[in-house]
Design a protein around this ligand. Sequence first.
Ligand code: NAD
Length: 323
Amino acid sequence: MKRVFYNSLGTEEMYGLIREVMPAGYKLVTLETDEDEERCQKIQNCEVAIVAAKPMTSSIIKAAGALQLVHHQGVGYHDTVDTQSLIDSGIRLALTPAGTTIGVAEHTVLLALAAAKRLAFADSELRQGRWHINSLRPVSLEIHGKTVGYIGFGMIGQAAAERFKVFGTTGLYFDPYAAPDKARDERLGVKPAGFDELLVDSDIISIHTPLTEDTHHLISFDQFEMMKPTAILVNTARGPVVHEQALVMALSSGQILAAGIDVFESEPVSPDNPLCCLENIVMTPHISAGTVDALMGKMRSLFENVERFFRGEPLENEINLTD
Ligand code: NAD
């Protein structure tokens, strides 16, 4: 029996869904608390670890004497896996792009639409007996006819563009590493652009980069200054790509119109976070890929890879840690 450690604290219902798709011969080892002490104890004799949003730190990896494979449940490993510790211990790393892309792309459109119509505020006000039938009109927008600027144009950026296009938008993208593809750009109605040009010309700015040294605080005070006063910022990538204090300033001063945010500089978000006092933001708790469809799709794909690993076959979506 191979033991598979789940590094994030979930619910019994969620663990049940994972067990439903697990092949025979595997045991899922789960947490009862969100404490690293329990992680270090439970991971000890597990051969595989599954990582989601909760980071797998060097102390957890050092405690994992039997660990051979870390499998990320999604793709954002730069900030969630201590790769140097994996290299030091000869542990391999693979990702699960399956199941992530559609959920995040749908959530991106959802946040753009919700921010454009102040959905969270309108809903909360209605529940308290305040009926904003006309007062939201001057600050509500349609997304039809707007320009969406994609910062990072990989799988999720492109899937978001495919969905936005249905609403009658055109697109610009900034991605210094994306291979040019004219046919794709024509199909998606997008054009490559410089970073500053995208900030100045876009009505909706949507972030789809990984969190790296280069993207940390990529959107900060200077970048908000360049945006239109009617711009909407959407972040479903990673919180620290946006300087959160600069975002608070931009939203509260009217430098931009609104924002839809799924990821934050510090998670979970404290109720004292100044973003919680603003009317022109819609926030969700890092749930872009958090659907039952995504979880089942990811787990099927992940366990197919784990089976490949134990059969000694090449892994899909393995990260070459020696690069
Ligand atoms: P991907 O690797 O297919 O695309 C990322 C793109 O970003 C690449 O094309 C890359 O060239 C580009 N990029 C890298 N550095 C850049 C920079 N400095 N400026 C502009 N572009 C840059 O990955 P993906 O599947 O599209 O996922 C994108 C990100 O979404 C992930 O790295 C992760 O952080 C985030 N994500 C969030 C959730 C969530 O639940 N909110 C879920 C999954 C993924």
